[in-house]
Design a protein around this ligand. Structure first.
Ligand code: KIV
Ligand code: ZN
Length: 512
């Protein structure tokens, strides 16, 4: 058995299924490029048949990505599989991932199919897919809660049809590490042709065990592919977190004895990019990528780390992309220094025009903020990339007045399709007044379901990063904005969310 574990990233498919995390084509492409830099083996770019938007995103990623395999999900039917194959046409290396539910509950209540019908459909789907591409993954959805005899029968049949990867999802996050590990082991022992496919784990985090279950699937079960997402993004409590599972295997190589192709120093930039794009903030105590993951606050710990770093650190912060170089640039810094810092942070900007725009924004920020941290630069480039697209609305300027005992007032200037408009309102607080001023003009009628502010770097001199989640006609979108002035950051976030509401997208749900 190979010692290499394949990292299959599904941030752009399963991660995106998280309510409010939907991304547009350009956002997905940017993340896909970062995943390629991270050297993930397989990028699940979307579910091509679910919507025209997803088809375009998969197609565009398939054409752009050269070093990772690009995959599309598809239900087990000819139409979905054909759409996936068509979207993947331009890829250097492509995979179709087809699935059908196999638990008694899902077959009876959701699919309204008998086990024999599911068995036939799975076989036909894999056969059809194998005629279109050489690399076919099959997932029995809700596999962990499925009858083992039935699962063995269906897995044996799809391997005979040419499935090259067998993925066993714990769709509802019900598994326990030891049980899940043994479940995979048992399947591999019982399926007669199990050695003809690579076995894969796909765990959800409903009981907080997605990473532990995935590791058990590898260690006990002998799986050699892990499906995961950046920051553990995903439906409900999310999926197995890429950064955690990767660093566990790498840090405890003494125990796992397994290799990975991942270039871990790009992890932090990937985490920031996904968080900024989706508005899903990373908690400070999150392993590997949380702001406190390598911070030592207590005197005893600080003293220990200064004397010998491994007293309290099991990983090197630099290995996952944290920099020692905290205060980096200021208003006297030149374009070359800025460009070099972007490279060190793993941000790739090829077009000179893009670097110039980002540098102009950096200068603007440096005029207002004396110390520019790595976090500020990452927020700035992410902000720029997000606002460049779908620019129906763009922030220009804002003034507001608030005083104890008086009702706050805000007046704002922003552009609508390139044309400047002004608006003013009062509100319960200055943020409320500013967003009401925008709404007075735009009249979106959207309901705000989340508003959150996060300090990008530690102090009151930090930029505020604001996430606004809006809901309208069944669609949920997130907007993110950052600025040293949190009221301006709020207005930018609101406009960014409105921009996303503009782009309509109807899609079919994967587990629907
Ligand atoms: O969780 C799940 O079962 C899935 C499948 C579609 C693989 O995401
Ligand atoms: Zn899933």
């Amino acid at each position: 058995m190979s010692d290499k574990v394949i990292i299959f990233d599904t941030t752009l498919r399963d991660g995106e299924q998280s309510p409010g995390a939907s991304m547009n084509k350009d956002e997905k492409l940017r993340i896909a490029r970062q995943l390629e830099r991270l050297k993930v083996d397989v990028i699940e770019a979307g579910f091509a048949a679910s919507s025209n938007g997803d088809f375009d995103a998969v197609q565009c990623i398939a054409k752009a990505i050269k070093d990772s395999t690009v995959c599309s999900l598809s239900r087990a039917n000819d139409r979905d599989i054909s759409r996936a194959a068509e979207a993947l046409k331009g890829a250097n290396s492509s995979r179709i991932h087809t699935f059908i539910a196999t638990s008694a509950l899902h077959m009876e209540k959701k699919l309204r199919m008998t086990p024999d019908q599911v068995f036939e459909q799975a076989k036909l789907a894999v056969r059809f897919a194998r005629n279109l591409v050489a690399d076919v993954e099959f997932s029995p959805e809700d596999g962990y809660r499925s009858d083992v005899d039935f699962l063995c029968r269906i897995i044996e049949a799809v391997i005979n049809e040419g499935a090259t990867t067998i993925n066993v999802p714990d769709t509802v996050g019900y598994a326990i590490p030891e049980l899940y590990g043994n479940f995979i082991k048992n399947l591999r022992e019982r399926v007669p042709n199990s050695d003809k496919a690579i076995w894969s784990v796909h765990c959800h985090n409903d009981l907080g065990m997605a990473v532990a279950n995935s590791l058990a699937g590898v260690k006990i079960g002998g799986a050699r592919q892990i499906e995961c997402t950046i920051n553990g993004l995903g439906e409900r409590a999310g999926n197995c977190s890429l950064e955690e599972v990767v660093m566990a295997i790498r840090t405890r190589r003494d125990y796992f004895g397994l290799d990975l192709g991942i270039d871990t120093k790009h992890i932090l930039a990937a985490s920031r990019m996904v968080s900024q794009t989706t508005g899903f903030v990373v908690q400070p105590n999150k392993a590997v990528v949380g702001a406190n993951a390598f911070a030592h606050a207590s005197g005893i710990h600080q003293d220990g780390v200064l004397k010998a770093r491994d007293t309290y650190e099991i990983m090197r912060a630099e290995d996952v992309g944290w920099s020692n170089n905290k205060i980096i640039l200021g208003k006297l810094s030149g374009r070359n220094a800025f460009k070099q810092r972007l490279q060190e942070l793993g941000v790739q900007m090829e077009a000179e025009a893009d670097i110039n725009t980002a540098f102009a924004r950096f200068k603007e920020l440096a005029d207002r903020k004396s110390e520019i941290f790595d976090e500020d630069i990452l927020a700035l480039v992410n902000d720029e990339a997000v606002t460049n697209e779908n620019e129906q609305y763009r922030f220009v300027s804002l003034s507001q007045h608030s005083e104890t005992g008086e009702r706050p007032q805000a007046s704002i200037v922003f552009t609508v399709a390139g044309k400047e408009v002004k608006s003013a309102s009062d509100g319960d607080g200055p943020v409320d007044a500013s967003l009401k001023a925008i709404e007075a003009q735009v009249k979106s009628g959207a309901e705000m379901v989340l508003y959150s502010v996060n300090a990008i770097s530690g102090s009151t001199e930090s930029q505020g990063e604001v996430t606004v989640r809006l809901q309208n006609s069944g669609r949920v979108v997130n907007g993110v904005g950052s600025d040293p002035d949190i009221i301006v950051a709020s207005a930018k976030a609101y406009l960014s969310a409105l921009n996303k509401l503009q782009s309509k997208a109807d899609r079919v749900a994967a587990q629907g």
